[in-house]
Write a protein that binds this ligand. Sequence first.
Ligand SMILES: [Zn+2]
Length: 212
Amino acid sequence: MNESTGFLNETGVIIVDVQADFTELKSGSLAVPGTDARYIETVENATCKFSEQGLQLYFTQDWHPAEHISFYTNHPGIQPMAAIEIDGRSQIMWPPHCVQDTSGAKILITVPQSAEIVRKGMDPKFDSYSGFADDGGHKTQLSNLLQRDGIKKLIIYGLAMDYCVKATVLDALKAGYKVELMVDLCRGVDPATTTDAIKTMEAAGAAIVRGD
Ligand SMILES: [Zn+2]
C-alpha cells in the first residue's frame, strides 16, 4: 500500500441530512435557504467524485417518528421556531420534517451501494442534530462504522450548517477525528447562526475548506 492509498483509506465523507424536507428544490417543510437544484447538483457531483476516489461515504438521515419532540405541532399553543426548555435543554420547535417513510425524509443524493446510511432522531423524546449521538447521549451507528473502517479523517458537508452539520463536526472533533468542513457544500438556516457556526467549528479545530 503506498502512502496516498493509505491516506484515502483513512478518510471518510459524511454527507449530513441532504433530504427533501430540508430543500427548496422539493418545497420541503423546513427548507434551508439556497437549497435549489443547483445546490443539489453541486453536492451530487462532489459526492460522486469523492466516491470515485475510493473514499467511504456515510450519509446521515433525520428519521423522526410523527410524535417527535422537536415538532411544534406536538406542543399545543407553541409557535414554530420558538425555543422552549425541556428537561433543562433548549429545544427549537421545528415544523414537522423528515418523518419516517415519507417522501420528505428521502436523501436527494445518489447513495452508492458501498455507502452507509446512519439514521438519527428516531427516539420521540430526544432531538439529534449530531450524526454521532442524540441529546440523550444515545449513540448512533456512526462511531462503530468509522472504527470498523479505520477512518481517521472526515470530510463533512450538508444541511444545515448551523445545526446538524455543526453538531456533527463538533462531535467528530471531540472523538479525535481530523475534520475538513466543505463550507460551500453547506447551507444554513439563518445567516447569523451560520456565521457563528463556522467560527465555532474553526475554533474547535475544523479546517474550513472553500470550493467544491
Ligand atoms: Zn430533525
